[in-house]
Design a protein around this ligand. Structure first.
Ligand SMILES: [Zn+2]
Length: 241
């Protein structure tokens, strides 16, 4: 697996000529794939593969033998040679907005509740997401009031960058690892990817984000549930998703 996946290096390239390097009925391995295969609470990309004489929807991804196989909607399909891999841009955009929104929410919860950690995150295909935070005795009104600052951060159009730093340095910087479930594995050269919303938040993450916060639709806090004594579940949604 390459140290820097294509979807990290080229989050805006959604159509790519590629070559099948291995194939089984209903699945292929490409020399380079533009698809985000899912993980860290972000849903896998949707899209299609096109080749001379055919087109099939991508139905999922599976890691095996050191590569990420692309599963096809027709389990009997056998494809070889050159293909065009096309990411569903609207779906990817929604995931990038939700994913960036979860970082912004996380930043304000982390500030308001003294380093509260994330215990779970899930983005949904209806333009909503939920985040679980370990915030003992949290006042839900304080959580609800974060909607204003979240949308201020969107309006400020803050740049979002990714940088790679040594794993040892990441472990030593307070607040960089917010959630064991979201932190990506280190690269083959022992670096960890940090997503930096400039001036607001830095945290380890392996997903796809916007390049600036202003590319997001506004966000509403839809619901706050108490999940046990320590846990608060915050549901957010993109306006007009
Ligand atoms: Zn992220």
């Amino acid at each position: 697996m390459p140290a820097r996946p294509f979807y990290h290096l080229n989050p805006d390239v959604h159509c790519l000529e590629s070559t099948v390097v291995d194939a089984r009925p209903g699945r292929v391995l490409l020399d380079v794939s533009p698809f985000y295969p899912g993980g860290g609470g972000q849903l896998p990309d949707r899209g299609v593969l096109r080749w001379r004489g055919g087109e099939l929807a991508v139905s999922g991804f599976e890691n095996a033998g050191g590569g990420t196989w692309i599963l096809l909607a027709d389990p009997a399909a056998e494809i070889s040679g050159h293909v065009e891999a096309v990411v569903d841009t609207a779906f990817r955009q929604m995931m990038r907005e939700l994913h960036t929104g979860t970082h912004v929410l996380n930043a304000f919860v982390f500030q308001a509740f003294d380093g509260a950690l994330v215990t779970g995150v899930q983005m949904n295909d209806d333009g909503t997401a939920r985040m679980d935070f370990d915030v003992p005795d949290a006042d839900n009104d304080t959580l609800r009031a974060l909607e204003g600052p979240i949308n201020d951060a969107i309006r400020q159009n803050l740049p979002v960058r990714d940088v790679y730093i040594p794993l040892a340095q990441a472990s030593g910087e307070h607040g960089l690892i917010r959630s064991k479930s979201v932190a990506p594995p280190p690269t083959t050269d022992d670096l960890i990817r940090i997503v930096d919303i400039v001036g607001l938040d830095r945290q380890a993450c392996g997903g796809t984000h916007l390049s600036e916060t202003g590319a997001s639709r506004p966000i509403r806090i839809l619901k706050i549930d108490n999940k046990g004594r320590h846990n608060r579940r915050v549901r957010i949604g993109l306006v007009n998703a």
